[in-house]
Design a binder for this molecule. Structure first.
Ligand code: DGL
Length: 266
């Protein structure tokens, strides 16, 4: 089926998820919405994040998509039930896939989770991990300064390193063997996080697992693209496209950012 896969995020970070989807499903059409006018979601209340998520989904469903990916961890953490209630579409968030992967790879059942303030307060990752394996020990930490650091491109300097050292101290003390990067932006800090925690701690990036789940759902629902037309990737933002294109290149690493249009969705 040639309909597109719809993906939304609060801004540019969800491009890390889109990149994995395009890598694994290069023939599929995609439509990405970045709510750049209202980013960040991570410091807002659940009610606000739910309202924004519904408005984003409304915009994408008006484009006749076949599946919706909520690439934003914060929106996935608090908005999925409301979205699933309203839309009769397969909807995939990033929390469950990330949690499943962590359970698969942890050796000592000691898992750390980092994310925005709202994601951590929601306990979505803890509930998901414990729902799969009640014996798992989970230590969570909000890292609010990571998002602005990544947006600024400060991913490998001393400020990034010191910030990571401070945030990750408790997780290191707790001796976790696996860490879920529970925010769209954090995969870009993998090197710095790895330096602080050491090679023995496995870093789980929800993006790869989410893309694998997209394949599984499209296949089992018979929704994979059948025509051989080349893939079309559309991008919409709610604020100036120029900033999105400039910063987005760091997130997409390779795929060209073309066709970026500004829309009003509220
Ligand atoms: N996309 C958000 C997330 O994954 C991070 C940026 C924000 O706070 O909106 O949680």
């Amino acid at each position: 089926m040639d309909k597109a896969i719809g993906v939304f995020d609060s801004g540019i970070g969800g491009l890390t998820v889109l990149k994995e989807i395009i890598n694994i499903l290069p023939k599929e059409n995609t439509i990405y919405l970045g709510d750049t006018a209202r980013v960040p979601y991570g410091i807002k209340s659940s009610d606000t994040v739910i309202r924004y998520s519904l408005e984003n989904a409304e915009f994408l469903s008006s484009k006749d998509i076949k599946l919706l990916v909520v690439a934003c961890n914060t929106a996935s953490a608090v908005g999925l039930p409301a979205l699933r209630d309203k839309y009769n579409l397969p909807i995939i968030g990033v929390i469950e896939p990330g949690a499943r992967k962590a359970i698969k790879v942890t050796k000592r059942k000691r898992v750390g989770v980092i994310g925005t303030e709202r994601t951590i307060k929601s306990s979505a990752y803890v509930n998901s991990l414990k729902g799969i394996d009640p014996k798992i020990a989970v230590v969570s930490q909000a890292c609010p300064l990571f998002v602005p650091l990544v947006e600024e491109g400060w991913t490998d300097n001393d400020i990034a390193f010191l910030t990571a050292k401070r945030y990750l101290h408790a997780l290191k003390e707790a001796n976790v063997d696996t860490l879920i990067l529970g925010c769209t932006h954090y995969p870009l800090l993998k090197d710095v996080i790895g330096k602080v925690l050491g090679d023995e701690v496995l870093l789980v990036d929800s993006a790869e697992e989410t893309a694998a789940e997209v394949v599984g759902v499209l296949r089992s629902s018979n929704l994979l693209k059948t025509s051989n037309k080349s893939a079309v990737h559309e991008f919409y933002v709610t604020d100036a496209p120029e900033k999105f294109v400039e910063a987005g290149i760091r997130f997409l690493q390779g795929t060209e950012l073309k066709n970026v249009k500004k829309v009003s969705i509220a």
